[in-house]
Write a protein that binds this ligand. Structure first.
Ligand code: T4K
Length: 394
């Protein structure tokens, strides 16, 4: 519970009052399943002395995730970024690949790391996802593919992107790092495009400490990625493909199995937090909470507020006030990949075509949520929004 209420500007920590929380509240506080179950798996791993390299727990996790998401293959990896890199390489992407700039920088880095040019397309400001019309405008003779991102776990415009890809002979894959267990129509995310990439990082709704996976219905692609994540080995001493080390260790898979059992509880907690924030913010003019569509089985992981430029206090002022209360809100994904290095130097004028990206990146503040959020936090955060502008203005 917060240690104070905020009834006026004098209650704010930026004005010298004590912070509302003694310990920081994080946007990415990990959700943790049953401790005893993890210890039992750990004992099994010890007894078996099989720590990594496609162990039985990794195989079990892959099978359970593939079943859950309704895909033929789940290829587990050591993290989402390596999973992106392997998927990009397995698809044979080259030249230019169209991506949003409004995403975590790993989406762009996974291309640049492999000497592929990320070409940033603008987003739809209503959804924060790629705008198909903007994607069309960025296609050149060098374009080999499109990576859609299901930002905040809300599905990208899959059908429109698939139509563009088909029309131009491009590969389409998705960065589904935020979209675990979410749905679009009859299918779970994970089943769209040539393949989809998941992140199981500590801060995600479902974590394996670090981890990730590529899901696909394509048997050949899955086989290629299995080779690539293990140096290209097919059996002892037999390397038949270029590869790297993208393997998931057994202890990570154990955490995954434990957290998969606990996932419904995590999502229920996120949903309750989201609804509490929505109720608390309903009466605040100039602040919009991004809503989820219940029909898409959202995981409600991110609580995303947009501060209208007309709101009397700036987004940055609000974030500073929240952080002073030990509420570590984040400005994801400010300032946009195109303003991060090396892209800022490589493509200094990219922003001219990214008006929506720049505007949204200036408006968003992501608020703490997850299964450990103290009760009363959403109301306190809303009270802070109400009072911070009276204290300091913009
Ligand atoms: N594509 C997209 C769209 C992504 O969002 C991501 C990752 C990827 C690809 C790449 O997947 P991975 O290779 O990561 O599997 C965090 C995460 O590190 C990153 O995984 C995630 N996206 C991104 C959205 O958030 P930072 O730089 O914000 O992390 P950091 O260290 O500031 O942590 C966030 C908050 O969580 C802090 O307040 C601290 C708290 N925290 C963090 C950890 C690790 C904890 O309380 N406990 C913890 O164990 O990137």
């Amino acid at each position: 519970m917060p240690t104070k209420t905020i009834t006026g500007p004098a209650d704010l920590a930026i004005n010298g009052a004590p912070p509302a929380f003694a310990e920081p509240l994080h946007v990415g506080r990990p959700n943790l399943g049953d401790r005893e179950a993890l210890l039992r798996y750990t004992a099994e791993i010890y007894d078996r002395r099989w720590l990594t390299n496609d162990g039985p727990l990794v195989q079990e996790l892959e099978t359970r995730i593939a079943q859950r998401l309704g895909v033929r293959h789940c290829v587990a990896m050591c993290n989402g970024t390596i999973a992106l890199e392997i998927a990009i390489r397995a698809l044979g992407l080259e030249g230019e690949v169209i991506v949003p700039s409004y995403t975590f920088v790993a989406t762009a880095h996974a291309l640049h790391w492999q000497a592929i040019t990320p070409v940033f397309a603008d987003i739809d400001p209503a959804t924060h996802n790629l705008d198909p019309a903007a994607v069309r405008r960025m296609i050149t003779p060098r374009t080999s593919g499109i990576i859609g991102v299901h930002l905040w776990g809300r599905p990208a415009p899959v059908a429109a992107l698939q139509a563009i890809a088909d029309e131009h002979g491009l590969q389409l894959m998705f960065d589904a790092a935020h979209g675990f267990d979410c749905r679009l129509g009859a299918r779970k995310l994970g089943g769209f495009g040539r393949c989809e990439v998941l992140s199981f990082h500590a801060t995600k709704v479902f974590n394996t400490f670090e981890g990730g996976a590529v899901t696909t219905d394509d048997d050949t692609l899955a086989e290629t990625m299995r080779l690539m994540r293990n140096f290209g080995f097919k059996g002892y001493d037999n390397v038949i493909h270029p590869g790297t080390n993208g393997k998931m260790p057994e202890i990570n898979a154990a955490m995954g199995l434990v957290n998969l059992d606990a996932l419904p509880g995590f999502i229920a907690a996120n949903r309750a937090n989201h609804e509490a924030y929505a109720a608390a913010f309903a009466a605040i003019d100039g602040v919009r909470l991004l809503r989820y569509d219940d029909a898409q089985d959202p995981n409600y992981q991110y609580v995303v507020a947009e501060v209208d430029p007309q709101f009397p206090a700036s987004r940055d002022r609000i974030v500073a006030a929240l952080q002073a209360e030990n509420i570590l809100a984040r400005k994801y994904f400010w300032p946009g990949c195109h303003r991060m290095q090396p892209y800022r130097d490589l493509y200094p004028h990219a922003g001219l075509l990214l008006g929506n990206t720049e505007a949204v990146a200036r408006r968003v503040v992501v608020l703490p949520s997850g299964s450990t959020l103290p009760p009363g936090t959403p109301g306190l955060v809303a009270d802070l929004f109400r009072n911070v502008l009276q204290a300091h203005g913009p």
